[in-house]
Every structure is written in structure tokens, then in C-alpha cells.
Design a protein around this ligand. Sequence first.
Ligand SMILES: Cc1cc2nc3c(=O)[nH]c(=O)nc-3n(C[C@H](O)[C@H](O)[C@H](O)COP(=O)(O)OP(=O)(O)OC[C@H]3O[C@@H](n4cnc5c(N)ncnc54)[C@H](O)[C@@H]3O)c2cc1C
Length: 452
Amino acid sequence: METTKITGRECDALDIQHTTLLVIGSGAAGMSAAVAARRAAGRSGKSCSITLLERNARPGTKIRISGGGKCNVTHRGAPAELLEKGYLRQNEKRFLRHALYGFANTDLLDLLHSHGVETEERADGKIFPSSGDASSVVLAFEKLLRESLVRQLFSCRVRSVERQGKRFLVTTAAGASFTADVVLLATGGVSYSRTGTTGDGLAIARSLGHSIKNPSPALAPLYTLKPSAAALSGIALRSVTLVASAGGRSVERRGDLLFTHRGFSGPAALSLSRDIGELAKSIGNVSLFVDLFPEQSAPELEEQFLFQARKSGAQMVRKYLQRCPMALLRGAFTLAPHGTLPTALLPFIMRQAALENDVTWSGLVREKRLSLLAVLKRFPLGSVREVPLDQGEVSAGGVSLSEVNPNTMQSRIVPKLFLCGELLDYAGEIGGFNLQAAFSTGWIAGTHAIDC
Ligand SMILES: Cc1cc2nc3c(=O)[nH]c(=O)nc-3n(C[C@H](O)[C@H](O)[C@H](O)COP(=O)(O)OP(=O)(O)OC[C@H]3O[C@@H](n4cnc5c(N)ncnc54)[C@H](O)[C@@H]3O)c2cc1C
């Protein structure tokens, strides 16, 4: 069998070609699935043809932009730890367990290392290619696909998949048709639609009888109704707790927080965006606050202030706050080993607490001290009404997990249809969890697609 790579018009000209396994989508999940399928075929001595259709002109578009172009490909730890740290919901954890054990981060790293991608692990557990170049991961998979004799067709946007007797009929937007014994849908989520993920796979899955949970934002920046002052844009708060409240409910996340010109980004904002999006949808305006001293209760912080007042009554409170460590940093999602309040934020804190800029400890009467404590523990950041779906690193929602067998990724509705990757109704945390989930579910799907 030959390795073929066909692009553009050549693909449009193809008509009714048969393939054993047709994979739709050449992202992390689809590429992993095609490679795994060839290996499974090799083990069982089965002869089969594998075709991979991709609407873009080249594979792995999202991998190339992942991790700011550096690709946080996976995360350190045993599968059980990844399931915990990945901030998955209970049903998502149950669903992904088999895939993450079946094709673990160590399996992915072995595959990459054996195909020329050295990796390095950061102190927070995130793993990246040592080259700092996300495209090295795609190059390794392109090599794997060539070795796996996978026929790759680019600029081929699949429009429909129909069951015809024992086979599938797959038609592209340009009118080319294929028949396949097995179809594997790996078309991704719906965010960053310019990368090719516009939800085609969800429409296809729905047309085949699957239920779809409406896509919703996750790992997205927060755009506040009234953006923070321009002077704050770009400043980062280390290891704080971001709190979001609406209608008496509140959610919170610890991590670094970045002020942007439209609102907030950084690990804490991205991580909490899924919950905030849900709150906003069900309740309306969501108010944001930050606890700037998350490791100290208000009484503990007050004790510290009283001590300081006794020691240095003439010291300006603002000067003290500028040098006072906010937290002993721990946890995975921080950018630096310690943090102090950024100088640019102090005038806003003082104003919010109704304190003069030059107030000293001895001038800080009880009422003012309580006001300062209240602001430091719950500094208001404005409110959001919705979270931008397209700006999310991933989208939550997708094909209902209860309709897919987690041990094989085969549809429980349509025999010989396999589904994997972000197309499915799960969304993980930043830190390499989403690419790992895509590679793992893809691998399991590809392995079983050949055996069915
Ligand atoms: C900016 C950004 C940064 C990110 N950084 C990280 C990170 O560092 N670490 C991490 O773990 N995750 C990261 N993610 C998330 C991660 O990239 C995705 O979760 C993962 O790539 C999903 O893989 P997938 O194969 O399921 O889908 P995708 O990678 O989206 O692949 C789906 C493919 O299907 C193709 N397709 C869609 N419809 C059709 C059709 N009709 N016909 C043919 N082809 C079709 C698409 O063009 C696409 O190539 C990031 C995401 C973004 C947007």
C-alpha cells in the first residue's frame, strides 16, 4: 500500500472510493486514532486501508497554536492524578478513565521521543517540546502517519455521513464521495472556529442520531461589562483566589490572574470561565472579586496589621502593602514563586477602601482597618454577562458521553461509528489535559475501530 497525501482540487475530483477506516479530522485525536488503527491492524494481521480527511490544507492546526505556539502537550503524573488535576466533572472523569489509563501521558511521550521530539517538564507539571516549537509535535505525527500508510486528503471538508446498509457514505462539501466500513469522527470542538472547528462533526453526529449537549465556553478570557482602568492592563496577580458570584451562588479558583484591556485572563480566569459561563447563562450578571490574601483569614490578616501598627506606627500602609507577600505560593497554576501587590493596583485598593494614599498605621483607625481588610479579601473586579465561546481554548458540551462506550469510543447508537477528542462532551483544565485527552481517546478509538 502506498502513502498518499492529496490536497485541494485533487481531493474534489475523487469519487466513490472505498476505504476500510475513514477518519474525519486531522487534529490530535484523528492523527492519534489513525496511527493506533494501523498498529492494531498490524497486531491482528488484518489488511485494511485507512484514510484521513481534513478540511484544512495541513494537519494539526490547533496543535500548532497550542500553549502559545509552544504546545503544552501533556501533564506529569499518573492517570489518576491527571483525572483529578484536570478539573473534570464526575461523569467526564468516569468517561475518560479508561482512555487515560489505556494511552497514558507516558505512552504519548514515548511516541514523541521515538519520533524526534524531546520534551521538558516544568516545575508546575506541564510538559512541552524542548524545542519550544509546537509544530515539532505535528511533524512527529506526520511522520507516524506516513509510517502507518495512512492516506491523507487535505482541503476536504466532510459535509455528511450516512449509513448505507453495512457501509457509510461520506460526502464532502465539494461533492466527492467515499464509502467506508468504519467511520471515526474527530472533528474537535467549536471554539477558535478559524482553525476549522465550526461544529461540523456535531451536526454529523446529530444527523446520525446522537444527542448533543449545546457547546458552551471553557478556558476562555473574561470580558467585563466595564473594563478595568487602562493602567491595570497587563498586570498579574500571583496565586490569588478569583471568586464569581451570582444569585447567591458562588464559585472560586486559585491561580494567577492577569488584567487585560477587556477584562481578565491568566490561569484563574481561564479555569473558572466554564463555571462563570454557566452561571451567567442561568442567572445573568456575574460579579467578580479577588481575594488578594487567600492564605490568611481576615482575622489573621488583621492580627498582622495590628502587629505592624505596633512596630512601625509612622509607616505608610501603602508602602507596607507594596512589599507584603500575598501568599506562600503553592498549587499548579502559578507563574512565579512569590507575589506582592503590584504597585499599579495600590491606588485602586486605597480608593476602594476609602483611605487616603498616605495614611499611616497609627492613622488607621479600626473602621478604616476593617474597610481595608474587606477590600483586600474581596476586591471587586466588575461583572460579566457572558463568556465568549469562540475565544475559549476548548469548548465544553458536545456529543453526549452516555452515548459512547468509554472502553472503545464506539457509538452506542450507530455501530462502527467511533467518536473521540474534543467533539465529546468534556472539557479539561489548562495544563496539557485537553491534548492528552484528545490523544488518548483518539488512540483508544483507533485501536478498536479496526477490531469491530
Ligand atoms: C489557542 C489554544 C491553545 C491551546 N493550548 C493547549 C495546550 O497548550 N495544551 C492542551 O492540552 N490543550 C490546548 N488547547 C486545546 C487543544 O488544542 C484541543 O483540546 C485539542 O487540539 C483537541 O483535539 P481534537 O483532535 O479533538 O480537535 P482539533 O485539534 O480541533 O482537530 C479537529 C480537526 O478536524 C477538522 N475538521 C473539522 N470539521 C471537519 C470537516 N467537516 N471535515 C474535515 N475535517 C474537519 C478541523 O479542521 C481540525 O483540524 C488549546 C486550544 C487553543 C484554541
